[in-house]
Ligand binder design. Structure first.
Ligand SMILES: [Zn+2]
Ligand SMILES: [Zn+2]
Length: 96
């Protein structure tokens, strides 16, 4: 397995548009009961008629309320997310 470094943060890709997504976005999909398909936050929020930020907040509150989601969420280190520097990251912990 010789994956380039930048790809290793994003283990998954959106089934609709091919955008790379990280494990936390995958958990948000599961929290919203998307089990067959995996979408990036843009596609997921379009499905739900929400903005990506609204959708991330909604999914996170669900993730935090369930240990089966919260445990893998906390295990994943999101601090090196490449989208952070662009201000486009929705996978960080909610500031609560
Ligand atoms: Zn997508
Ligand atoms: Zn991120």
């Amino acid at each position: 397995m010789n994956q380039p470094l930048e790809i290793s943060f994003f283990d998954y890709t959106c089934d609709r548009c091919g955008t790379p997504v990280c494990e936390r976005v995958q958990l948000m999909n599961l929290a919203l009961s998307y089990e067959e398909e995996l979408f990036c936050l843009d596609c997921l929020s379009a499905e739900q008629s929400m903005t990506p930020a609204e959708l991330a907040d909604f999914a996170k509150s669900y993730v935090y309320s369930r240990d089966c989601f919260k445990n893998p969420w906390m295990k994943f280190d999101a601090t090196p997310c490449p989208k952070l520097s662009e201000g486009l990251c929705f996978c960080q912990d909610a500031a609560c």
